[in-house]
Design a protein around this ligand. Structure first.
Ligand SMILES: CC(=O)N[C@H]1[C@@H](OP(=O)(O)O)O[C@H](CO)[C@@H](O)[C@@H]1O
Ligand SMILES: [Mg+2]
Length: 560
């Protein structure tokens, strides 16, 4: 690093001192904390993003959001050149940078890291970082901190894309690196066009059914609502009403949004008894999660939740059906020697009934650690990899090889085969690969795919919900002295440390029919999460409670 670069870094870093006594870590989904203590972290992540761009010689993304957290929080995460999450190899360095004690320490760490990673300084190569933020009031000043971080690396350019959903930013990073058109209008155009394709390919008998065209969406008082207002103008055959769009004074994520709806299983604000029977969906604060629901009765606020597991099941069913048509053996004219690898990825939080359902469909179901970075990585190993967390974050990945095969197949079918059904199946799968965000889980593209598939199947939300019945479940959080004391194995389903705790969980679980319970330290909050499932809600509640008591006994503040 030359003297000029060093001087710029030292000078700018001095403007962003770290707050006293704060230690942050790049968790399941970047850094998150109360917004008031984040500017130095965001500034430093700006530097890191510029370094990542120099290293990869590609466009990198930086998103300022704290997703479903309360409005006073904020956060920051990096999108890698593929549009996916920052490579896990760089996470420890992100932690080290964020926690450097002062400007000198910071510069020393950067020099060390750049040497190890062979990162060229001095403006020989240029770096480009796309910046996006959600609607949080703290976003604007944090954006400025990120910009200053990026600009303190010579040759790095920050491009402010303004207010975006998280998946829009990831989509843009992926698109730019592939040399595609990747502006916000391009995003809306691609989604609405591929949705239009799928709608045009709906079987005639289904298209003739009188289906409810209206979808009512809870925008979590965040960015998703306003972006959906844009998108819906371009859609035919679907009428979207957005509530909780943040314009009527509602607070971001307060009593609204996908996280609230999924965890509490009650209607969000501004939904109620008059909505019985309506098909409703809920986005989270940065629109990368999606759940559906319908209001059950006029007399209370309970809902029937259609969560990420059921969205996954709907997608899996549809994809499997289309693949079945496309690769059926009867058509002699068409060469069918390619075995398409379809994989479904879940975490331990997936409802057991969903896993049973998917396995009964004959699908390969794989489990990974919690956090989309793990699910995404696994799904990318397949020709088509479908992943979802129960909370509604997920997407469908199509390998490049498979998309090429599909294109070729479509052309082959158009020229030699008279089988219209096979042609349509190829066209549908191609449309899905264009509709569903290939970079990261995206509530807006997921919502359009759900809508198209429901129409294809001729299903109401009630019919969809009846695919299988969720096992009753309960999630609890336990505050402990040190959550890192818990070490797990087998995709987080077994506690290895502290010794004895897993045996205690096993003994509790054995008391309940269809009982299942596990614990793990959260990567986004300072808690241990407890999950329990059993044949009745009372049993699930009671199992969760007794496991939480064991956690408290082994790890609580009294135990250290
Ligand atoms: C049980 C649960 O919902 N955990 C969430 C939550 O992670 P934790 O590590 O459990 O705090 O936030 C992550 C980021 O949004 C999300 O990927 C994950 O699924
Ligand atoms: Mg989110």
């Amino acid at each position: 690093m030359d003297e000029e670069q060093r001087a710029i870094l030292l000078e700018s870093a001095t403007r962003f001192p770290t707050p006293e006594g704060v230690k942050l870590s790049y968790g399941t989904s970047g850094f998150r904390a109360d917004a008031s203590i984040l500017s130095s972290t965001v500034f430093r992540v700006g530097i890191l993003a510029a370094l990542r761009s120099l290293k990869t010689q590609s466009v990198i993304g930086l998103m300022i959001t704290a997703s479903h957290n309360e409005v006073s929080d904020n956060g920051i995460k990096i999108a890698d050149p593929s549009g996916g999450m920052l490579t896990q190899e760089w996470e420890p360095f992100a932690d080290t940078l964020a926690n450097a004690i002062d400007a000198q320490d910071l510069v020393r760490l950067i020099v060390e890291f750049a040497k190890k990673e062979n990162i060229p300084f001095g403006g020989v190569h240029s770096a480009q970082v796309l910046l996006g933020r959600d609607t949080r009031p703290s976003g604007e000043s944090l954006m400025e901190a990120a910009r200053q971080g990026i600009n303190s690396i010579v040759g790095a350019v920050a491009i402010d894309m303004g207010v975006l959903t998280t998946p829009q930013l990831h989509w843009m990073v992926r698109g730019r690196n592939k040399g595609m058109k990747a502006s916000e209008p391009d995003y809306y155009e691609q989604l609405s066009n591929s949705f239009g394709c799928l709608m045009d390919l709906i079987p005639k008998e289904m298209a003739a059914l009188a289906m409810d065209e209206k979808l009512t969406v809870d925008g979590a008082n965040g960015v998703g609502g306003e972006k959906l207002e844009e998108l819906k103008k371009l859609l035919n055959g679907l009428v979207i009403q957005v509530r909780n769009d943040g314009k009527e004074g509602g607070v971001l994520n307060e009593g609204v949004g996908a996280d609230y709806v999924q965890k509490e299983k009650v209607v969000p604000c501004s939904f109620g008894p008059n909505d019985v029977g309506l098909r409703c969906a809920s986005l989270d604060g940065d629109a990368d999660r999606l759940v559906y629901f319908h209001v059950l009765s006029k007399s209370n606020n309970k809902i029937d939740l259609v969560d990420g597991d059921k969205i996954l099941s709907l997608f899996a069913l549809y994809i499997k059906e289309q693949l079945g048509i496309l690769t059926k053996k009867e058509d002699e004219e068409v060469n069918n020697d390619y075995r398409v690898r379809l994989g479904v990825v879940q975490t331990a939080y997936a409802n057991g009934a969903s896993t049973d359902y998917l396995k009964h469909l004959g699908l390969e179901v794989i489990f990974t650690h919690t956090g989309v970075k793990y699910l995404h990585e696994k799904a990318a190993e397949y020709d088509i990899g479908i992943y979802f967390e129960a909370n509604g974050h997920g997407t469908i990945l199509f390998s490049e090889h498979f998309v090429c095969w599909l294109e070729a197949k479509k052309n082959e079918l158009a020229s030699i085969s008279t089988d219209l059904e096979m042609q349509k199946a190829a066209l549908r799968l191609l449309a899905v690969s264009n509709l569903i965000n290939q970079a990261v889980g995206d509530a807006l593209s997921g919502l359009l795919l759900v809508e198209a598939i429901l129409r294809h199947m001729g299903w109401s939300i009630q019919k969809w919900s009846e695919l299988y019945q969720d096992l009753p479940s309960r999630q609890l959080k336990v505050k402990v002295a040190d959550r890192t004391a818990v070490i797990t194995a087998n995709a987080e389903t077994v506690v290895v440390k502290p010794p004895g705790l897993q045996e205690a969980i096993n003994a509790e679980t054995a008391k309940y029919p269809q009982g299942r319970s596990f614990i793990r330290p959260s990567g986004t909050e300072d808690v241990i999460r407890v999950y329990a499932e059993a044949s009745t809600q009372e049993s699930a509640d009671s199992l969760a409670k007794s496991v939480a008591q064991h956690v408290d006994h082994f790890l609580g503040f009294g135990s250290s």
